[in-house]
Design a protein around this ligand. Structure first.
Ligand code: OAD
Length: 261
């Protein structure tokens, strides 16, 4: 089978990492314009870095769940396979999915890149930079949450934000922020895959599918005759266009679905 899988934050929900728009999702508690656009970074790099450090820590503590495992198995049995994930975590890779079969269209949270030149690096497991250590106690965590919500640290001083070793500009997380362009090389990988032919099966898992390119890729991949299955407990803009909707958590639905293919 020729397969395209598209995933969003919902697939990692059962690994314990929050979604963006769900109950307890990031964008329910924090204003994205304070944390995930170039503007707050220009204003207050410490706050933004602190938030991404927290998330890196949270992801490192998380483990791939049975949905990530099932997709990794599917990638091996499929004749042709591509995963387009909006997730910046590494849970698909840790489940064993080969890097060349995957596009992280919104970037990789473990990449730190220069805000000016092309320099980038992948952060090691034990990360000490930037200076802010992740919250470990409940009270420390809730204090940080308050700060993220208020998003004003003007009166507080933190140790230095990382600087580019090549050009000394500020380093930033290797993720796509609101208002930024997607990486053209990554778009090209997806477009090339779609241009080589339609898919027998398109799985769209755990995403609100709010971005036009996600809906567009899913529909184009499916073509005239392919099956488009949505796995999501809730309805999305793609639901009415899918050939089948499975209203269950991915970690339950996917292993069953994939074992029947
Ligand atoms: P959202 O938080 O918008 O949506 C998560 C989706 O997962 C929702 O539709 C939930 O119903 C669904 N869901 C929750 N638990 C689930 C489970 N156990 N199994 C299956 N589905 C479940 O996350 P995304 O759609 O990934 O962008 O968000 C897209 C982008 O918006 C993110 O990549 C991020 C964000 O702003 C950037 O950072 C650029």
């Amino acid at each position: 089978m020729r397969i395209l899988v598209i995933t969003g934050a919902g697939i990692s929900a059962e690994s314990g990492t929050p979604t963006f728009r769900g109950k307890d999702g990031y964008w329910r508690n924090f204003d994205p314009t304070n944390l995930a656009t170039p503007k707050p970074f220009a204003r207050d790099q410490n706050l933004v870095w602190e938030w991404y450090c927290e998330r890196r820590h949270q992801i490192r503590e998380a483990k791939p769940n049975s949905a990530h495992d099932a997709i990794a198995r599917l990638s091996i049995s499929a004749r042709e396979f591509l995963l387009v994930t909006q997730n910046v975590d590494d849970l698909h890779a840790r489940a064993g999915l080969a890097k060349e079969k995957m596009v992280q269209i919104h970037g990789d949270i473990f990449v730190t890149r220069c805000s000016r030149c092309d320099f980038s690096r992948i952060e090691p497991e034990q990360e000490h930079s930037p200076s802010v250590t992740p919250a470990r106690s409940d009270s420390a965590a809730s204090e940080k949450l308050d700060r993220f919500k208020r998003a004003s640290l003007k009166d507080e001083e933190y140790a230095e934000v990382p600087r580019c070793p090549a050009c000394a500009a500020l380093m930033r997380p290797g993720v796509v922020w609101f208002g930024e362009q997607l990486d053209t090389k990554k778009i090209e990988i997806v477009e090339n895959y779609l241009n080589r032919g339609s898919c027998d099966l398109v799985l769209v898992i755990g995403t609100t599918a709010l971005f036009g390119y996600i809906v567009d890729w899913a529909l184009r991949a499916r073509g005239e005759n392919g099956e488009l299955i949505e796995i999501n407990p809730d309805e999305t803009p793609l639901s009415s266009l899918a050939t089948k909707c499975i209203r269950e958590p991915a970690a339950i639905a996917l292993p069953q679905l994939i074992s029947k293919l």
